[in-house]
Design a protein around this ligand. Structure first.
Ligand SMILES: O=C(O)C1=C[C@@H](OP(=O)(O)O)[C@@H](O)[C@H](O)C1
Ligand SMILES: C=C(OP(=O)(O)O)C(=O)O
Length: 423
C-alpha cells in the first residue's frame, strides 16, 4: 500500500468496536448462564480468534455483522477442545483464556502465529502456578505453545511487576474458579474492562487504588453489551486531523473509559484543538470527538499515563514529529514485547523518513519539526505500525510504501477504506 501527501482531511466517521471489550464479551458470555447479546463487536482477526477458540470448546455463537449472540454454557460448561486452540496474533486471547483454561477439567494446548510464539508468557505462568495451575511452555522458552492441564485453583494475592490488563484479567478470570479470594495489585492502574464487565455479569469484584479483588463465582448472568468504538483505532484519525493541514474530522461513539484515555491527555498537553460531545447511552462511557489541524508542541509522557495509552504510542510518536520541540516517552519498556518491538520498529522506520528520533531503554526521544520524506516502511506485520505509518505517509514528501499493510485486519479491517473516505 502506498501513501502520499494530503491536505484537507474532512469528514465524519464511526470506527469499529473496542477490541478489548469484544474479547471479554466472548469470554464472559461463554461462561455465563443464558444468552449474551453483543452489539458493536469488532470483526478484527484477533476477536475472531477468541470467538473460534470458545466455539472449539462447545459454545454456540451466532455472528451477524457486528452483532454476536453467545449461548452461554455456564461456568462449568466448557467442553474439552478436540483441536489445539489457535489464538492467531492475539496476546489478549492467549493470556485471558489461559486464566480460564487453568481451571477447567480438561487439558488444552494453545498455539498462535510467529509473533505470539515470541511474546512473554512467564508473566501469566508465574501467578497461575501460584494458584495451583499446571501450565507449561511446550518449548521451555516461556512462550506459546502452552500446555494447560486444568486443576482446582486457590486464591492468591499477586503483586504484579507490570501494569498489564492481560496479566490482571488472566488472574481475575482464574479467580472466578479459585477457592477463596483472589487479588492483584499493579504498579499503575491498567485498563479496567474486565472489572466493569465482571460487575455487570454479577461477579463480586471490588477495586481499591491499584488493586482488584474478586470472590469465586457461582454463576454469571448473560447480558446485553453495547460496545463503543475503539479509542485505540480512533487515535489514527485524531492524529491525522491534528497534523494534516486544513483538516477537521469527527469520530463518532468513541469509548473514553478513563483507564484508556491517555491519548486525549496527550492531545491536551500538545495543545491540539479537540472537542467532545459526551453520549448518554448504556455501557462504557463514550463521546463524539472532533479534531482540527493544530500547532502542536512536544511533551513528556511517562509513569501512570503509559498504561492508559500503551497501544497509541506508535501514532503519538508520529504526532511528535510534527510538534514543536522535544517529546520524551519513558517507562514504556512494555512496547518491546508487543506484536513487534515497537520502540525499535518506530525508530527504524521514522529514521528512514528523516525524523530526529532516538531509542532509549524504556521509550524514545523525538525532536519535532524536521520534514518527513517517503520511505519503504516495514510494518513487521504489526497492525499498529502499519496504521501509524499510513498517517505519516499522508504528511510526508513523496511516496511512503508500507510492506505487510494487510495486517490492519487484526484490529481494524476497514481502516484503509475509512481513511480514503475522508475528503
Ligand atoms: O487487556 C487488553 O485487552 C489489552 C491490554 C494491553 O496489553 P497488556 O496488558 O499486555 O499491557 C494492550 O496492549 C492490548 O492491546 C489489549
Ligand atoms: C498489543 C496488542 O494486542 P494483543 O496484546 O492482544 O496482541 C495491540 O492490539 O496493540
Amino acid at each position: 500500500m502506498i501513501f502520499s501527501k494530503r491536505t484537507g482531511l474532512k469528514g465524519t466517521l464511526t470506527i469499529p468496536g473496542d477490541k478489548s471489550i469484544s474479547h471479554r464479551s466472548i469470554m464472559l458470555g461463554s461462561l455465563a448462564d443464558g444468552i449474551t447479546e453483543v452489539h458493536g463487536f469488532l470483526n478484527g482477526a484477533d476477536c475472531i480468534s477468541s470467538m473460534n477458540c470458545f466455539r472449539e470448546m462447545g459454545v454456540t455463537i451466532d455472528h451477524n455483522g457486528d452483532t454476536v449472540i453467545i449461548h452461554g454454557k455456564g461456568l462449568h460448561g466448557l467442553q474439552a477442545p478436540k483441536e489445539t486452540l489457535d489464538v492467531g496474533n492475539s496476546g489478549t486471547t492467549t493470556r485471558l483464556m489461559s486464566g480460564i483454561l487453568a481451571a477447567q477439567n480438561f487439558k488444552s494446548r494453545v498455539i498462535g502465529d510467529a509473533s505470539i510464539c515470541r511474546r512473554p508468557m512467564k508473566r501469566i505462568i508465574t501467578p497461575l502456578s501460584l494458584m495451583g495451575a499446571d501450565i507449561v511452555s511446550e518449548n521451555g522458552n516461556d512462550c506459546a505453545p502452552l500446555l494447560i492441564t486444568g486443576k482446582p485453583l486457590h486464591g492468591i494475592h499477586y503483586d504484579s511487576p507490570v501494569a498489564s490488563a492481560q496479566v490482571k484479567s488472566c488472574i481475575l478470570l482464574a479467580g472466578l474458579y479459585a477457592a477463596g479470594e483472589t487479588s492483584v495489585t499493579e504498579p499503575y492502574v491498567s485498563r479496567n474492562h474486565t472489572e466493569l464487565m465482571f460487575d455487570a455479569f454479577g461477579v463480586d469484584i471490588k477495586t481499591s487504588g491499584t488493586t482488584a479483588i474478586v470472590k469465586p463465582a457461582d454463576k454469571l448472568y448473560g447480558q446485553k453489551i453495547m460496545i463503543p468504538g475503539d479509542i485505540s483505532s480512533a487515535a489514527y484519525f485524531i492524529a491525522a486531523g491534528l497534523i494534516t493541514p486544513d483538516s477537521c474530522i469527527t469520530i463518532k461513539n468513541v469509548g473514553i473509559n478513563n483507564t484508556r484515555d491517555g491519548i486525549l491527555e496527550v492531545v491536551k498537553m500538545m495543545g491540539g484543538t479537540i472537542t467532545y460531545d459526551r453520549l448518554d447511552q448504556p455501557g462504557e462511557p463514550a463521546a463524539d470527538i472532533t479534531v482540527q489541524t493544530s500547532d502542536l508542541k512536544g511533551c513528556v509522557i511517562e509513569g501512570s499515563l503509559i498504561p492508559k495509552l500503551i497501544d497509541e504510542i506508535p501514532i503519538i510518536a508520529i504526532m511528535a514529529c510534527f510538534a514543536k520541540g522535544q517529546t520524551v516517552i519513558k517507562d514504556a519498556q512494555e512496547l518491546k514485547v508487543k506484536e513487534s518491538n515497537r520502540i525499535d520498529v518506530m525508530v527504524q522506520n521514522l529514521s528512514a523518513m528523516g525524523a530526529d528520533i532516538t531509542a532509549t531503554d524504556d521509550g524514545m526521544i523525538i525532536h519535532g519539526g524536521k520534514p518527513l520524506h517517503g520511505a519503504v516502511i516495514d510494518s513487521h506485520l504489526d497492525h499498529r505500525i502499519a496504521m501509524s505509518f499510513a498517517i505519516a505517509g499522508l504528511n510526508a514528501d513523496g511516496d511512503t510504501e508500507i510492506l505487510g499493510s494487510d495486517c490492519v485486519n487484526i484490529s481494524y479491517p476497514t481502516f484503509y477504506q475509512d481513511l480514503a473516505g475522508l475528503r
